[in-house]
Design a protein around this ligand. Structure first.
Ligand code: MSP
Length: 522
């Protein structure tokens, strides 16, 4: 039976429309999900929206609508973004779903049963933007006497009655867990930060609020709603049907990976595992904190006017150009920068000129010179072909470890090496000139290249699924022969020839992109 693989993204606050940072996370998670499916795993992929809390309530008040109206409207934009960017999610979990209330309340009850919750008074700093409590010692100086959170967001002094979670009790169990599971927090630099933070001592955490009511009601405590992070994190269980004993819970929990941004690592690697330990539930296998996407090296913000709608980018340059660029340009885990020029330059050089041209040249020659009939390889030349074909034979095993390690840019680098090798081979063998002089050799050269192009398309399919499928469709590769296992199948080419497949006139898959006009917001 195929191994189950459960992957989640963070669930975004739908207090506005999605921006490119949200798109980046969804695309990276989708590449992982598609890669694991291509590897033969049974994948479940969950995303969604985080709809409670003060930030949402305040935004709705500002707009003169109810929080629920705000959530319904904005959550639909996040879902539409996922659909437009070909994000292959299985579950889109909203936290205003009644099922989610049941899941969060059950988690709460389990924490009560463990005597991990007590009533007290919270007095301290709170950032609405981050929906986070901060210790005085963590604050940084703003303008004048103003204090800011470590993320640079405003904080306010808050005093209210609150339930507290005994986080301090979990300091040692967490450290023991980190030590026993070095893969749990990735990348390594974030793991070290978290360990240092926990070693510094954990204070109990305020986990309910009484000054507003936009949240999941705390069981048996009228007037209290849960701190938004308690319910938000629970979404990863809600989608599996928790607290019911569902087959989904059995099959998919614990998650293989929670993919999140570096700003929310603390919530996922300290609070969430502590809640799960308290509730006697297994801990996720990995939390990966990716870097931030910057616009021309600057943080995106409404005031700088550099917040770009990912759908505009996708419409302008194509979904797959955007997906390819983001996975190729940013070394995953680190911060990265994007700009329209960088997208155009990268995609034109690599997708349009290098790979697109290669495919178009080779398929056109087969169409024109051979009437679309796939050529035989009788005139294979050990001298001229062995090198390229050896690279092709090893290719799947070269690429897969990069994707397994979430090193997308490294994987695409390695992918480009075979594209380059093919282009060099075409130039050296000049199959167009062989038609008259040595048609048998032309056949072998085109057959070799056809095979390389098919493998290149299969390996890049998790990153640019739509384009890869258009190319593979043209090449007559059956839809169920596009997984990584197909790379190990030596008989496919002869099978395809024997099937009588005739290549139609090929159409280019990777158009050349134009730079946007000066002064456009992209
Ligand atoms: N609602 C919480 C997450 C709860 S998960 C149980 C939240 N929402 S968010 O809308 O602020 O962010 C959603 C995700 O997008 C987070 O993983 C965050 O790190 C990521 N990003 C937000 N801005 C980003 C960039 N500029 N670049 C890359 N990722 C970014 O946090």
């Amino acid at each position: 039976m195929a191994d189950p693989f459960y992957i989640t993204t963070a669930i975004a606050y739908p207090n506005g429309k999605p921006h490119i940072g949200h798109a980046y996370e969804a695309i990276a998670a989708d590449v992982i999900a598609r890669f694991q499916r291509a590897e033969g795993c049974d994948v479940r992929f969950q995303t969604g929206t985080d709809e409670h809390g003060l930030k949402m309530a305040q935004k709705a008040r500002e707009m003169g609508i109810t929080p629920r109206e705000l959530c319904d409207e904005m959550s639909s934009h996040f879902r539409a973004m996922c659909d437009a960017l070909h994000i292959s999610y299985d579950v889109f979990q909203r936290t205003t779903d009644p099922k989610h209330y049941a899941a969060s309340q059950e988690l709460w009850r389990r924490m009560v049963a463990k005597d991990d919750l007590y009533l007290d008074r919270y007095e301290g700093w709170y950032s609405v933007r981050d929906e986070a409590f901060y210790d005085e010692s963590e604050l940084i100086a703003g303008e004048g006497t103003e204090k800011l959170s470590p993320q640079g967001t405003p904080v306010e002094w808050t005093v209210e009655e609150s339930w507290f979670f005994r986080l301090s009790k979990y300091q040692e169990p967490l450290l023991a867990y980190f030590a026993a599971n070095p893969e749990f927090i990735q990348p390594e630099s974030r793991r070290n930060e978290v360990i240092r933070f926990v070693e510094g001592g954990l204070r109990d955490l305020s986990v309910s609020r009484t000054s507003f009511d936009w949240g999941v009601p705390v069981p048996d405590a009228p007037g209290h709603v849960m701190y938004v992070w308690v319910d938000a994190l629970t979404n990863y269980l809600t989608g599996l049907g928790f607290p019911e004993k569902t087959p989904e819970m059995d099959k998919w929990w614990p998650a293989n990976i929670h993919l999140i941004g570096k700003d929310i690592v603390r919530f996922h690697t300290i609070y969430w595992p502590a809640f799960l330990m308290s509730a006697d539930l297994a801990l996720p296998k990995q939390v990966f904190g990716h870097g931030f996407l910057l616009h021309r090296g600057e943080k995106m913000s409404k005031s700088l006017g550099n917040v770009v709608d990912p759908l505009e980018l996708a419409e302008r340059f194509g979904v797959d150009s955007l997906r390819y660029f983001l996975m190729r340009e940013v070394s995953f885990g680190n911060d990265g920068s994007y700009s329209a020029d960088a997208i155009v330059t990268r995609c034109n050089a690599e997708l349009a000129n290098s790979f697109g041209n290669l495919a178009q040249r080779v398929l056109s020659l087969i169409f024109k010179n051979l009437g679309g009939v796939l050529p035989g390889r009788e005139a294979y030349s050990e001298n001229d072909d062995a090198d390229l074909m050896a690279k092709r034979a090893a290719f799947g095993d070269v690429i897969r470890p990069y994707f397994e390690d979430l090193n997308f840019s490294g994987g695409l680098d390695a992918w480009m090496l075979l594209v380059f090798a093919c282009n060099q081979y075409v130039d050296e063998q000049a199959p167009w000139a062989l038609k008259k002089t040595n048609p048998e050799r032309m056949n072998a050269v085109l057959a070799n290249l056809f095979q390389c192009i098919r493998d290149l398309a299969i390996t890049i399919r998790p990153v640019i699924p739509a384009s890869a499928d258009i190319l593979l469709d043209q090449m007559g590769i059956p839809a169920n022969d596009r997984d990584f296992a197909a790379l190990r199948d030596d008989a496919w080419y002869e099978r395809l020839r024997a099937s009588g497949f005739i290549l139609a006139q090929p159409v280019g898959v990777f158009p050349r992109l134009d730079l946007p006009a000066e002064g456009t917001a992209l």
